[in-house]
Design a protein around this ligand. Structure first.
Ligand SMILES: [Zn+2]
Ligand SMILES: [Zn+2]
Length: 275
C-alpha cells in the first residue's frame, strides 16, 4: 500500500514523474522524448508497457512531448483535460486511450487515487495532481503563475509536495530572455518564483508535510543553491525542522517514499489559514 515517486525529468528539457503504490503505477507528465522516457523508466526498474496511465498536466512540450508516442508504442492510456486533448492534438495520434478528467475530479487505479486540480498557467486547461494511497498523499504542481487558494488548500493535506521553483526574479530580469517572454513568466499565468515557494513553505504548508521537492528550475533564470536556500530559510522561519527539502535535478531523482504523518493531529490541522 505504500506510496513512492521518482522524478524522471525536471525543467524545460522535459518533465515526468513516476508514481507507484496501491497496486498502481502511473506517470505524471511525459515531457521527454519517447526513447529517453523508456530508458529512464527501465533504469527505474519499470517496463513502460506496465504503466497503468499517463496523466498529462497540460499540452506544453516539456510536459506532453512523449505522451502520444508512449501511449501508442506501449499501449498506455493517457488522462487529462478536454482542453489538453485538443491543444496537444491528441486526436491525430493513435492513442491507446484518453480518459477525460476535469479539475476537481478523481480517478482511482487499484488503491491509488489521482485528483486533478486547476492551476493558473497559460495553457488550455492545465492541472496539478494530488496522488493518494491509503493515508499517504503526494501533491504535484509544476507550471503555475501563482498560488491559488484552491491549490494551497489541497496541498495542505499532503505528506509530500513537489512544487516548481522556476526562477529568481533578479536573474530573470537581467537574463537573456526577450522582454515578452520575461513578462509571460513573471505574469499570473506564468511560473512560480523562488519567493512564491517560500511563501507556500512558510505559511501554507500543512502540518502533515515532511518532504518538499523543488522542481522545474530554470537553467537560465535560477541557481539550484538560490532555490534551495530560499526554501530552507522559509522552513526555518516557520520552524519546520521536520520538513526535508531537496531539489529535483534535470535528469531526475532516485525513489522517494511518502509516509503518512502521524503527528498531524498533534500539530493542529487548520491552524494556519493565511491564503
Ligand atoms: Zn513546464
Ligand atoms: Zn507550461
Amino acid at each position: 500500500m505504500s506510496l513512492c515517486f521518482r522524478v524522471l525529468g525536471s525543467g524545460s528539457e522535459g518533465n515526468a514523474t513516476l508514481v507507484e503504490g496501491g497496486g498502481a503505477r502511473v506517470l505524471l507528465d511525459a515531457g521527454l522524448g519517447p526513447r529517453q522516457l523508456a530508458e529512464r523508466l527501465l533504469s527505474a526498474g519499470v517496463d513502460p508497457a506496465r504503466l497503468d496511465a499517463v496523466f498529462v498536466s497540460h499540452e506544453h512540450g516539456d510536459h506532453a512531448r512523449g505522451a502520444a508516442a508512449l501511449s501508442a508504442r506501449f499501449g498506455v492510456p493517457l488522462a487529462g483535460t478536454r482542453g489538453t486533448f485538443v491543444a496537444a492534438r491528441f486526436a491525430h495520434a493513435k492513442l491507446a486511450g484518453y480518459e477525460t478528467l476535469a479539475a476537481g475530479e478523481t480517478r482511482a487505479i487499484g488503491q491509488m487515487q489521482v485528483k486533478a486540480l486547476a492551476v493558473p498557467h497559460d495553457a488550455a486547461a492545465p492541472l496539478a495532481f494530488v496522488v493518494s494511497v491509503g493515508a499517504s498523499s503526494l501533491g504535484h504542481a509544476t507550471d503555475l503563475g501563482h498560488l491559488s487558494r484552491g491549490l494551497v488548500e489541497a496541498l495542505r493535506s499532503c505528506d509530500a509536495v513537489l512544487v516548481e521553483s522556476n526562477y529568481d526574479p533578479a536573474m530573470l530580469r537581467d537574463g537573456p530572455y526577450p522582454w515578452s517572454l520575461k513578462e509571460r513568466i513573471l505574469g499570473p499565468l506564468g511560473h512560480l518564483a523562488n519567493g512564491d515557494v517560500s511563501r507556500l513553505l512558510e505559511r501554507g504548508l500543512g502540518p502533515r508535510c515532511r518532504k518538499v521537492v523543488l522542481a522545474h528550475l530554470s537553467r537560465k533564470n535560477n541557481h539550484p543553491e538560490l532555490a534551495l536556500q530560499a526554501a530552507e530559510e522559509a522552513l526555518a522561519r516557520a520552524r519546520r525542522g521536520d520538513v526535508r527539502v531537496t531539489l529535483a535535478p534535470a535528469d531526475g531523482t532516485g525513489w522517494i517514499g511518502v509516509a503518512a504523518s502521524r503527528g498531524a493531529a498533534a500539530r493542529g490541522e487548520g491552524q494556519l489559514r493565511l491564503f
